[in-house]
Design a protein around this ligand. Structure first.
Ligand SMILES: CC(C)(COP(=O)(O)OP(=O)(O)OC[C@H]1O[C@@H](n2cnc3c(N)ncnc32)[C@H](O)[C@@H]1OP(=O)(O)O)[C@@H](O)C(=O)NCCC(=O)NCCS
Length: 178
């Protein structure tokens, strides 16, 4: 399936308790991301800490989720990246922290990876951030990327915020450049 076709045929649903059985069948190579969806996502949503969106193939009303993305508010400290800091100061921005939407958890079921579904999910996150920014300031989409997923985010326009030797890398997408 082409990437464009995958993106066009996706449907996003906000997580509810009614999805529980279908979430129990979600598979991913990262156990922690499976556990989050099965055990924590709804609790966190009730606490207003993150909101999870499930991805389904359009037209399949009872299928398993192809993937999910959990979103929450965040901010980034622009001095953490000297290029970004200088660019924002050049625009007259004097704040140290700027508002962002964070991709908290992000996973595609192992059986459906490399079909463009992750790319479609990022498009959804970008669109959500753009919609929010119409009403409430929101300049960046950010993620603490697991190392193996770094190429995936880079391919979708994310840049490293901080170059640090850690298990995850903080990356950002400037919504004003989209
Ligand atoms: C990262 C992930 C969400 C990507 O989902 P996906 O549906 O496979 O992504 P897409 O099909 O839209 O994009 C695939 C492209 O992204 C890049 N990519 C995806 N996974 C990659 C990986 N593990 N290593 C390197 N590049 C990768 C490649 O460029 C790939 O293109 P190719 O198949 O032509 O080589 C999925 O692999 C996943 O669930 N990984 C495990 C969990 C994880 O790391 N989540 C991110 C947490 S921050």
């Amino acid at each position: 399936m082409s990437m464009e076709l995958a993106q066009a045929s996706l449907r996003f649903e906000k997580l509810t308790p009614a999805h529980q059985e279908r979430c129990a069948r979600f598979e991913n190579q990262e156990d922690e991301l499976v556990k989050f969806l099965r055990e924590d996502a709804w609790h966190q949503q009730c606490l207003k800490i993150s909101t999870t969106y499930l991805v389904f193939r359009d037209g399949e009303e009872t299928g398993i989720p192809l993937g999910y993305v959990a979103l929450l508010n965040d901010s980034i400290r622009i001095e953490e990246n000297s290029t970004l800091g200088e660019r924002m100061r050049g625009k007259g921005v004097r704040y140290h922290y700027l508002p962002a939407l964070k991709v908290g958890r992000f996973a595609v079921d192992s059986r459906f990876q490399r079909q463009g579904i992750g790319g479609g999910m990022l498009d959804f996150a970008v669109q959500t951030a753009q919609d929010i920014s119409n009403d409430v300031g929101c300049r960046f989409l950010v993620v603490d990327s697991k190392r193996p997923a770094e190429a995936f985010y880079a391919r979708n326009g994310f840049k490293p915020l901080i170059h640090a030797k850690s298990e995850t890398i903080k990356m950002y997408l400037d919504l004003a450049e989209k």
